[in-house]
Design a binder for this molecule. Structure first.
Ligand code: CO
Length: 465
């Protein structure tokens, strides 16, 4: 019986789920040598929402973060999460951008590429998986778990087979919303084990609904070998099961992983002080720390709630969150039961919010929602009802090919556009994925550098900007 392999997510999903990805590189730095000693299978450090938040809120260059983490974590494999053809952005990118993005991640020290497509459309992972394999990365292809009449065990198994055919080495069940029940996990893992006996299986589940520990146990008993956890100060609630609790639970069994207990303790103490500060400053909302059984009803992942919350604030409608959640369930069913995960979760939530604010469903249809219905993000899990398709798309036929086949290569274009700001090779990729957000960040970076240069060359000290 193989020992469990633990991927520690505190630097990515743990802090994304509880602290809106606000942990800075500076806050991570002092504890990296300790994390490097623990003996984790991997540390998840990059991708997901962290890339966006670095640019938008932290005034940090995400690529510099990756380089810093790599040089301070010499002994541990680094994992990142990539949204298939959207990379770490919200829209599909042309193949050459996706290829270059994967190449730069590999060159800057990523070892394991956890890649998923929001619609579980294998065509959207073709480029990411083939490039990652070519670059020597280990590919963990994640299947988004969601509940719906079409998300059957057969659906998940056929998805897994398609990903393995593309070159994925490991298959992960990704339960981003924390709604995967123990016996459902057992059935799915059992079927995957039977159909793909040689493929290592991974489980990524959140404790949101309150039963993740049970799910994890059932999954391990039937064949999951790799699990994602977060150190206890950033675990539980909307986050993942606590690393120390999982290790302790499997003590005196063949599954127990060999991790350095002293290093785990030291890391736990360090992050406890970070957590205390975040709580005091309101970065961690106490609501995310407890189980939210209601998540099973709407399945909206807390990790992406921050974007919705901001939209509600802007619309002065924070008191209507319950209505929006109910509408999210209806909009998702209309849109072929698309799993609620980035970028689709944001598209559906924005349309649901529009429907609620207008008081008239689909009076305004956002461009992204129309694109989603038109197949521009991939094949929807279930076809649209003909009447609904007509209402949203008019006479236009949905796209039947792989969406990226319609996108023109753009590396040269973005290399050209980034020229006034470029300070490193990766900047054009940041611009391609984040456009105005990237441009604003580059401008601030330039000003910061100007002031620093000026301070260094001036006899009179200036205030830092
Ligand atoms: Co997650």
């Amino acid at each position: 019986m193989p020992k469990l392999k633990i991927t520690e997510t505190i630097l990515r999903d743990g802090q994304q789920s509880l602290a809106l990805s606000r942990m800075t590189t500076e806050e991570m730095l002092p504890i990296l040598p300790v994390l490097d000693r623990v003996g984790y299978h991997a540390l998840e450090v990059f991708g997901g929402a962290t890339f966006d938040v670095c640019l938008r809120y932290l005034d940090e260059d995400p690529w510099s973060r990756l380089k810093t983490l790599r040089s301070n974590l010499p002994s541990t494999s680094l994992q990142m999460v990539m949204r298939g053809q959207s990379a770490v952005g919200y829209r599909h990118q042309p193949d050459d951008i996706v290829q270059s993005f994967v190449q730069r991640c590999a060159a800057n020290g990523i070892n394991i590429m956890r890649v998923y497509d929001a619609l579980n459309d294998y065509r959207n992972l073709e480029t990411a998986i083939s490039t990652a394999r070519r670059e020597g990365l280990t590919v963990s292809a994640a299947i988004c778990y969601t509940e719906s009449p079409v998300h059957t065990t057969e659906h998940f198994v056929s998805c897994a087979k398609a990903y393995v055919d593309l070159g994925a080495e490991n298959i992960c069940i990704k339960d981003m919303a924390g709604v995967l029940r123990p016996y459902e996990a057992y059935q799915i893992i059992k079927a995957l084990r039977a159909e793909l006996p040689a493929v290592p299986l991974e489980l990524h589940t959140h404790t949101t609904a309150g039963f993740a520990a049970m799910t994890l146990l059932k999954a391990v008993e039937i064949g999951v070998e790799y699990i994602d956890t977060a150190l206890s100060p950033f675990a539980e609630g909307a986050s993942l099961p606590a690393t120390e609790a999982v290790v302790s639970a499997f003590t005196n069994t063949p599954y127990v992983p060999t991790l350095d207990a002293a290093a785990l303790k030291e890391a736990e103490e360090y992050f406890s002080t970070v957590r205390a500060r975040y709580l005091k400053e309101g970065i961690i909302s106490p609501d995310t720390l407890r189980a939210s059984p209601g998540v099973s009803a709407h399945g909206f992942p807390t990790g992406t709630y921050s974007v919705l919350f901001e939209q509600l604030c802007r619309a002065d409608a924070t008191d209507r969150v319950k209505e929006v959640y109910e509408e999210i369930v209806r909009v998702r069913a209309d849109a072929g039961y698309a799993p609620l995960v980035s970028p689709v979760s944001q598209i559906i939530a924005t349309q649901a919010l529009r429907n609620v604010l207008d008081g008239d469903r689909y009076k305004t249809v956002t461009e992204d929602f129309r694109d989603l219905c038109a197949g521009k993000y991939g094949r929807l899990p279930a076809p649209l009802e003909p009447i609904f398709a007509k209402q949203i798309l008019g006479d236009a036929l949905p796209l039947s090919c792989r969406p990226a086949d319609k996108l023109k290569n753009a590396v040269e274009k973005y290399r050209h556009l980034v020229a006034p700001y470029a300070e490193q090779d990766e900047d054009y990729l940041t611009l391609a994925m984040f456009e105005d957000v990237a441009r604003h960040y580059f401008e601030r970076r330039k000003m910061q550098k100007y002031h620093l240069d000026f301070a260094a060359s001036s006899a009179y000290p200036v205030h830092p900007v």
